[in-house]
Design a protein around this ligand. Structure first.
Ligand code: AGP
Length: 613
């Protein structure tokens, strides 16, 4: 939520900042701004609206400064407006700040600063930061060698909440200071220039060498050096990490939208995950996991905790782990888990799934389980992300950068990875025969080809999307593992096409929601488990009888029985079916949103990485 970028070097900062903001726009897009140091002043350009709007303001100004900070906003405090856009300056224009996160005690700080003669121009929480830095610069900091850093540190020690902050000052025209707590920040290293961003893709065109800033860590960045300081301002060294993502993987590669590109990347993403895991020495799948049979047998249960789409991947994971390992698995929404005093102890394994690795609720839920003595395992797509640094163990999905706000390829990667993790557990526990493992492995290796088959023929989906794009409500039905797909399909539809939908376990419909089924309403059924075909078909018949228009996604040979549309997908092992059955639903949401001429990649009110509660 909110994206920040920074540049210090010899080039003009403004175009680099604008490019970085465009790449980060998925983090928030209701207003944007930049500030550069020029002629001993902070020049600020900002407005509500998209980065393209900001570019139309900035580009004609031909700003020459080679040090700058930038921000794309997802509003929390104060409506999207020019005044509330970042960067914010202190009253004397000595300090310019961009901020990602929330300052929870900003009201108290604001009152204190007002009492001390400061004025405020915005409704934001952020505006207290530059003024507080200024206050400490003038009043409290005296005997430190680096007054700039010491003032930032004094201000930051008063902040409660989450923040990734960049600060510039014309008084110190050769450095940018950054600090973070519970909001992401990376520093990219190049020759004679350095880059800062909330997320790797924003600066991937310039470097593959990154520092990942830790919580409560400060960095003083000049064009040739980056110096790190702890909370007591003691300097320390830090290692860079090489990120081997291809810069073009963060582009659209000829597709109209990132989402479509990412949907079509799924065969490769799955193939890459399978290749990485199945080529480990000793059939081990995960060289960094060392769960013993004794430990796994001692577990009372496993929790899978996540939000949104990642939580749906967790629901599939529950089905697979319970089937293969016979360990009870509970899936919980991170924002619920953290406040419901869950029963967690050293006999619980807690798994946290997060594409971004920065979701505030998921990270808090992880910290909670750790404090109660549970072992924690993170599944993330972003190397070095906060969740991976908190968890005892991490296994990575290799989905590459996912830019579209609606998650598609990261979901598939999470599902396949947790499936392979379940196989790993089952083998350690001895709950699966070698014959069954071989069968499952064979089916897994065939998934990429089967995904391509679905993606190669989208005629039926496009046609159906045109028919239903004007609807107000839809229902998704599925049993067991297909119910997980129904939930995810329904979420995709809501997110990008703004059509209200409900997902129900097929058998549950008759316990209430069937009252909403009336003539012409669309019901989408997912039927992939051969053992549940008849029961699922009966539920579809119940809605057909009440006038519903139906689409069924299946890998079974179904009698037509008045179903309006049947989309056939390839057969696979029942536990792997979600990886195939979600594809038509992702495409359906995409094409409905396109028919409605909506911004598929940046749906209203959403942000890619939800770093606030
Ligand atoms: C997915 O389409 C959503 N945008 C959202 O539900 C997302 O999955 C959720 O916010 C969790 O994000 P994470 O995986 O980065 O933690």
């Amino acid at each position: 939520m909110c994206g920040i970028v920074g540049y210090i070097g010899n080039k003009k900062a403004a175009p680099i900042l604008l490019e970085g903001l465009s790449a980060l726009e998925y983090r928030g897009y209701d207003s944007a701004g930049i500030a550069v140091l020029e002629n001993n002043k902070i020049i600020t350009k900002k407005d509500k609206g998209r980065v393209s709007n900001l570019a139309s303001i900035v580009t004609p100004c031909n700003l020459k400064g080679s040090i700058g900070i930038a921000h794309t906003r997802w509003a929390t405090h104060g409506i999207p407006s020019m005044e509330n856009s970042h960067p914010h300056l202190d009253n004397s224009s000595s300090f310019g700040v961009v901020h990602n996160g929330i300052i929870e005690n900003y009201n108290d700080i604001k009152l204190f600063l007002i009492e001390n003669g400061y004025n405020f121009l915005s409704q934001t929480d952020t505006e207290v930061i530059p003024n507080l830095i200024h206050y400490h610069f003038k009043n409290t900091v005296s005997n430190y060698q680096d007054k700039f850093l010491a003032s930032v540190k004094s201000a930051v020690s008063e902040l409660k909440g989450s923040y990734a902050i960049e600060v510039i000052s014309p008084l110190f025209p050769d450095k940018i200071i950054v600090v973070r707590k519970d909001s992401p920040l990376v520093i990219g290293i190049a020759n004679g220039e350095n880059y800062i961003a909330s997320d790797i893709p924003a600066i991937l065109p310039y470097t593959k060498n990154f520092y990942f800033l830790d919580d409560n860590e400060f960095a003083v960045i000049s064009k040739n050096t980056v110096k790190f300081y702890d909370n007591n301002l003691l300097e320390h060294k830090k290692e860079t990490k090489l990120i081997n993502w291809d810069a073009s993987s963060a582009g659209k590669n000829g597709y109209d939208d990132y989402m479509l590109k990412e949907i079509y990347e799924q065969p490769d993403v799955i193939a890459e995950t399978i290749k990485t895991r199945f080529s480990m020495p000793n059939n081990n799948y995960f060289d960094n996991l060392d769960f013993s049979k004794e430990y796994l047998e001692s577990l009372n249960n496993i929790y899978i905790v996540a939000c949104g789409t990642a939580m749906h991947a967790g629901l599939v994971g529950k089905n697979v782990i319970e089937n293969l390992c016979r360990i009870p698995v509970e899936v919980d929404i991170a924002s619920e888990f953290r406040y419901r005093n869950p029963i967690v102890n050293d006999k619980t394994l807690c798994i946290y799934i997060s594409q971004s690795g920065e979701t505030a609720d998921t990270i808090a839920a992880l910290k909670l389980a750790k404090s109660k003595g549970a072992k924690t395992l993170a599944i993330s797509n972003v190397f070095g992300s906060s969740i991976t640094r908190e968890a005892d163990y991490t296994i990575y999905t290799h989905a590459g950068p996912e830019i579209a706000v609606a998650s598609t390829k990261a979901y598939s990667a999470q599902v396949i990875l947790i499936t392979i993790f379940a196989m790993y557990l089952a083998e350690v526990l001895g709950t699966i025969s070698s014959e069954d493992i071989s069968k499952l492995k064979l089916e897994i290796t065939e998934l990429p080809k089967k995904l391509e088959t679905i993606l190669n023929d989208t005629t039926q989906i496009k046609k159906f999307a045109k028919i239903v794009c004007t609807e107000k409500d839809m229902f998704f039905l599925g049993r067991n593992i297909d119910y997980c797909t129904a939930l995810e399909g329904s979420l995709k539809l809501k997110e990008i096409s703004y059509i209200h939908s409900e997902a129900y376990a097929s058998g549950e419909l008759k316990h209430g929601p069937i009252a909403l089924i009336e003539n012409g309403i669309t019901v989408i059924g997912i039927i992939t488990n051969p053992e549940l075909v008849e029961k699922s078909l009966s539920n579809i018949q119940e809605v057909i009888t009440r006038g519903a228009k139906t689409l069924v996604i299946t890998n079974q040979s179904l009698p037509n029985n008045n179903i309006d549309n049947i989309i056939k997908i390839p057969e696979t092992h029942p536990l792997l079916a979600p990886i195939l059955s979600i594809i038509p639903l992702q495409l359906l949401s995409y094409y409905i949103a396109k028919s409605k001429e909506l911004d598929v990649d940046k749906p209203r009110n959403l942000a890619k990485s939800v770093t606030v509660e």
